[in-house]
Ligand binder design. Structure first.
Ligand code: PLP
Length: 496
């Protein structure tokens, strides 16, 4: 299967090439040229399989230039018992007559980013061998918290690849900072940038776009690449868990084979929910995908009206991983809905130039056949954590709570009784402080992150991940910092 750009460039690439490049030369995102379809027995065959075996079955439909053996090795290296604290990898939790919860945070960094960022480095490594690429790949990441750590864990000690993460000195939580500055691995570098996330992000973009610098790197055998969610190698692994969750529901007799289900997904960059749409397009019986946003509700408005308008105030919320006004992966949905790269390019140029675009009524209707959207503010999110805790003794993280609240809103408004899967994207321990506030636990004095961890453990049947607890005594290995204008020099130093 070949991959081509959402913006119409005629060039087609293999999956391996698309994964190494990350983004198309015309600025578009890579899409498979055809959508593979499942046959009648596909899901039945998944039922008795492990998550890893299910992953191979789904991935081989997209990564057709990888051999079975290559895929098996990639998947086994990615989803290991040493790195995932649950043999099911992505377990579903039953809430009786209420929802099913798909927990995607059992990986090494306790957020759903691990589902893809444990596999992407494996896929990239194999891609380098397959394509005969001899350059050393340098992954640059600007992070607001979760992606940086997940990428570091995924790429640490991977041959022929180095990774450098820039985080904003003033922008990450204490837990997130500790997760990054204690990172082990011989090929990693972590640097604090004096400034906020935008400064770090702008700096990384400048490095990517500096032709002279890139030529210089090439002459020394290096090539820059990206690990953010526009890379197809991050999207494909996410399709797997929609199939896996469905198979689990059949196995536990919550549904019969062939029954429809709905998914509600806490959404930021539109990567997670888009993977669900791919699963549906392939033939997974999904009725609705419900897009849950926080107060930065640009997607809610878009999916309701067809107008995407990022010209609005940016809100800092208690769901920071969803604080985003430009959802990059929406471009892939637009392409799937209208099938016209010229049109997609026009919309994306309007977004760039004016911060706004509008799709036509027919396209909007097509989208609304599958997507429904709503949002929850911080207060609603806290109330939901509280009420689910009271009813089910289950502690959710804030992002998951947004999804739960929106799932309830969907059912209330539409009366749809299709079984609902709420997608859970982070361990509550990663967002201790907000969760404790929501649960009205007042035993912690000051802002000691580890006291908060302990306080949350006191009220949660699920214990805190050891990787978070161990941060208290972990050695700090990365103390570098640099000014906004010094990031390129930091890259040079790292590669020297
Ligand atoms: C990244 C992230 C999201 C948003 O996922 P997208 O694929 O960007 O829509 C939601 N919750 C958590 C905890 C995340 O880390």
């Amino acid at each position: 299967m070949k991959y081509s750009s959402t913006r119409g460039s005629k060039k087609t690439l293999s999956a391996a090439e698309a994964i190494i490049r990350g983004i198309a030369e015309d600025g578009g995102l890579f899409m498979p040229e055809t959508l593979p379809q499942i046959d009648g027995d596909f899901i039945k065959e998944l039922l008795p399989l492990t998550y890893q075996a299910r992953a191979i079955k789904v991935l081989e439909k997209f990564l057709t230039d990888y051999t079975q053996e290559e895929l098996r090795l990639c998947v086994e290296n990615a989803y290991r018992p040493e790195t995932f604290d649950c043999v099911a990898i992505a377990p579903t939790v039953d809430f009786g007559a209420k929802y099913e919860m798909l927990e995607l945070w059992h990986g090494p960094t306790s957020a759903f980013k691990d589902m893809a960022l444990q596999l992407l480095p494996q896929l990239m490594s194999v891609a380098l061998k397959k394509t005969g690429e001899t350059a050393e790949i340098v992954i640059l990441v600007a992070t607001s918290g979760d992606t940086g750590k997940a990428a570091l864990e995924g790429f640490k000690d991977v041959e022929q690849i180095r990774i450098m993460v820039f985080y904003p000195q003033e922008g990450v939580s204490r837990m997130q900072r500790l997760q990054m500055v204690t990172q082990q691995g011989g090929n990693v570098s972590v640097v604090a940038v004096s400034g906020n996330f935008d400064d770090a992000q702008t700096g990384v973009k400048q490095i990517f776009n500096d032709a002279g610098f890139n030529q210089d790197l090439a002459a020394n055998g290096f090539q820059l690449s990206s690990a953010n969610s526009i890379n197809w190698g991050r999207l494909a692994p996410q399709i797997v868990y929609y199939f896996s969750a469905y198979a689990d529901l059949v196995n536990t007799k919550k549904i019969a084979l062939g029954d429809f289900v709905n998914f509600t997904v806490p959404t930021g960059n539109f990567g997670n929910i888009l993977a669900g749409y791919y699963a549906k397009c392939m033939g997974l019986p999904v009725r609705k995908l419900i897009c849950a946003s926080n107060e930065n509700n640009v997607l809610t408005d878009f999916l309701r009206t067809g107008v995407y308008n990022r010209n609005r105030a940016f809100h800092k919320t208690n769901t920071p991983s969803m604080d985003i006004l430009i959802s990059s992966n929406l471009e892939r949905l637009l392409y799937l809905i209208c099938g016209d790269a010229v049109q997609v390019k026009v919309w994306m140029e309007a977004l760039q130039a004016h911060g706004e675009y509008k799709i036509g009524e027919a396209h909007l209707q097509r989208m609304q056949e599958t997507f429904w959207a709503d949002w929850a503010d911080d207060q609603k999110t806290c109330e939901t954590i509280q009420s689910v805790y009271k009813a089910h003794h289950y502690v959710m993280d804030t992002h998951t709570a947004v999804a739960w609240a929106v799932a309830e809103s969907y059912e209330g408004i539409t009366g749809d009784t299709t079984p609902m899967v709420v997608v859970s994207t982070a361990s509550p321990y990663k967002f201790n402080e907000s969760v404790l506030v929501a649960l009205a636990v007042e035993t912690v004095q000051g802002d000691d992150a580890f006291a908060m961890l302990a306080a949350l453990e006191d009220v949660n049947a699920v214990k805190a991940p050891p990787s978070l607890k161990n941060l208290r005594t972990a050695a700090v290995l990365h103390e570098k910092s640099c000014g906004k204008g010094e990031m390129m020099r930091a890259v040079r130093q790292f590669l020297r």
